[in-house]
Write a protein that binds this ligand. Sequence first.
Ligand code: SF4
Ligand code: SF4
Length: 338
Amino acid sequence: MKQHLTFWMRHLNKLRWLSLVTVFSMLIIIPVLGLYQTYVAAHAYDLLTPGEKRLYDTVEFFTGPVLNDPENDLDAIKGTTWSGTFFGLKLSDPLAVLGQTAAGFEVYWPFILTGLIPILLTVILGRFFCGWICPATFLYELNTNLGAWIHKAGIPIGQRHFDRRIKYLVLIVGLVLSALTGSVLVAAIYPPAIIGREIYYAIALGGFGAGAVFFVLTLLFDLLVSRRGFCRYLCPGGALYSLLGRYRLLRIKREVTQCNDCAKCNAICEFELDPMKDGFGQECNNCTACIAICPTDALLFNIDYKDVPYQGPGHLGHKYRENQLESLNKEVQQIYEA
Ligand code: SF4
Ligand code: SF4
């Protein structure tokens, strides 16, 4: 049974990539479907440009066999990860709920309730949105791979470290400014919201807004200053999800008897956490990259509301054997002396 579980856990990282690709693709597909709906509603196929006709025909080719009433049926999935509708269920990012509440200076329950399911899931699964759903994560992880290739080519990349608590300050300042200006300012510096918006602008309006420039700057920051630096140190949503997931029930635990202290888990962790020393904390997004890379299957999911304290060196590593040998020598010496 445990072997089966271990096998599945090792492959969760692939499932996570599938999830990231799906969400990112949906952010492209939804505005395309929205355009098609508009064309259908206008009943003006003959007035469309050749490019618009190509889009119309392509969407019709794929949706025609399954949809009777595209004008209404395509409303089933709308919006972005910031706020949207999924088969009648309205869902919003918890940061959207908090930002809107601060900006409007009022408690509007119908909107607050749309954040309830994501909040509950975060309380149970931790910062999973960052690892499994966020469309920016998809691009940031590709950017990390690019950084690794650049580094291999002998070009230095950013390796600076900052205080992780900066992002909590960004969250607080962002909410205060939202309240003072009446505008949801946190959305202007929140990568998943920016990506959803910018993809929509590109498809519906044929261009990008200022958010695209900001996002490119975050990519450069990650490459030139600090690996995955924006998410680690500056993202207001990352701050909120970390706080909500502090006492998450699903968390990774190191099986110390299986660990050989190879440190591969620490090296792969985008958030510079310390799985090798049982240091996951509230920042862990349960991405499972460390589980996938561990050569001895020493990392497994566990149900608990807090991490175990440091359990000492892995039992399959040199340090543990040296410690064992040292205490054995001491015992033998004590026996001789007695
Ligand atoms: S500790 Fe593991 S699961 Fe948590 S963020 Fe790092 S690599 Fe992902
Ligand atoms: S054996 Fe696994 S848990 Fe231990 S240090 Fe290596 S990767 Fe990390």
